[in-house]
Design a protein around this ligand. Structure first.
Ligand code: TXA
Ligand code: MG
Length: 377
């Protein structure tokens, strides 16, 4: 028997106990999967850095259950932070607050702040509760960056985590299963740690919860990060990158690309591909010499006809595949990382992304794909 409530309870208990023992546990959240360790155990936090290959001066987010006592983690919680928590927790929002003195500096890369997030995913919440119960203080925080190697695409499925840390056995890393992450990109991060000094609130990382939504609740505009703002590794110019070279192209560039590449043979290989994980490309395994384009609309010559079986064979000789992506930014974000991982696995020579609109709704997606492209610029 698998997948029963009993199994789930057993796995959660095992995960919570491992955390209490200073070991690593990967767990699902609504944004991406996290690689977790006891936030109050500097040795366990160091193990996260080692597994990720991440510089140890980068801070990690501390995840807490909905009923956690904020004053245990933060030295002070300004009313602005309380308003944001009221509006958006549990959910994909991380608040940077002044760190309580007894919380190890290891979680903030030595900075005086702490990043706190209360995830909405039920498996994450259950794990956090079980873990807190095992602490003498009754307060438990799980330090967790995204469960990927430093600079790589964040995982949105449990299998991504297992692939990413294939070198770690079940004994070294327990991966909790929680289905596909529904938000698909990392949480919005807002710095409210320096309000007492008259600075902020500052948006450090855009996400599913937009700057506009935050500003609405706060009743004020957000500031841009200044030189003294808390450091955020996701703000490195090149980050979140697949292995396959990736670039962002305009519609006009794309059409040129289709014409140019198509000119080399009879046409363009096409694949209607809205839900990336459900379908295998027609020419699976033969992508070695071809590039792939992620487009909002099919190339003009493809619009009036649908692909039939014969074309799948012709497609093997083509140089550019294409896939349709969602024009809804939330759906695009949800599927993005899984799609990039899938395309990586198919061995394409290059990934072209049709540039999304440059507006507030697309800001977080533009941020992530911009950093992915910057890794190859
Ligand atoms: O959605 C998410 O935030 C996911 C899930 C697992 O919760 N986590 C995540 O973690 O994206 P990570 O480490 O990949 O990115 C966390 C970001 C980093 O850019 C880090 O620098 C920033 O949060 N951060 C954490 N604590 C901070 C602090 N005290 N001051 C400034 N930045 C902080
Ligand atoms: Mg990350």
């Amino acid at each position: 028997m698998t997948g029963t409530a009993f199994d789930m309870a057993r796995v959660l208990a095992e995960g919570a106990q491992r955390l209490a023992d200073g070991r690593l546990v990967a767990f699902p959240t609504e944004t991406v999967y996290g690689l977790g360790a006891d936030a109050e155990n500097p040795t366990a936090v160091a193990a996260i850095y080692a597994a990720k290959g991440r510089p140890s001066n980068h801070p990690v987010i501390v995840h807490i259950a909905p009923e956690a006592d904020l004053s245990y983690w933060a030295a002070s919680v300004p009313p602005e932070a309380r308003a944001l928590i009221q509006a958006f927790w549990p959910g994909p929002l991380t608040l940077i607050l002044p760190r309580a003195a007894h919380i190890p500096a290891a979680v903030s890369g030595g900075q005086s702040s702490v990043g706190l997030r209360c995830p909405s995913h039920p498996v994450a919440q259950a794990l956090l509760r079980e873990f807190a119960q095992r602490k003498p203080s009754g307060q438990g925080g799980v330090a967790a960056p995204s469960a990927n190697k430093f600079g790589q695409v964040s995982p949105t499925h449990a299998r991504h985590v297992r692939e990413e840390f294939a070198e770690l056995g079940e004994d070294e890393l327990l991966v909790l299963e929680g289905g596909p992450s529904q938000v698909g990109i990392e949480s919005t991060i807002i710095d409210v740690s320096r309000l007492a000094q008259g600075i902020g609130p500052v948006l450090l990382r855009p996400g599913h919860i937009t700057a506009m939504q935050l500003a609405d609740v706060l009743g004020m505009e957000l500031g841009r990060p200044d030189a003294a703002a808390p450091r955020v590794s996701g703000s490195l110019k090149a980050h979140y990158a697949p292995r396959t070279p990736l670039s962002i192209v305009t519609r006009a560039e794309l059409e040129g690309l289709f014409k140019g590449l198509a000119g080399k043979s009879d046409g363009i290989a096409g694949q209607e591909h809205v839900n990336a994980s459900k379908h295998k490309p027609l020419n699976h395994g033969a992508a070695g010499r071809r590039a792939v384009a992620l487009v909002f609309e099919p190339p003009p010559e493809q619009k009036t006809r649908s692909l039939h079986v014969g074309e799948a064979i012709i497609a093997a000789a083509q140089h550019l595949d294409w896939r349709i992506c969602s024009s809804d930014p939330s759906v695009y974000a949800r599927d993005l990382y899984a799609l990039l991982r899938e395309l990586d696995g198919l061995g394409y020579t290059h990934i072209y992304l049709e540039a999304p609109p440059r507006n507030e709704a697309w800001r977080a997606v533009n941020d992530r794909i911009g950093r992915a492209a910057a890794a190859f610029a």
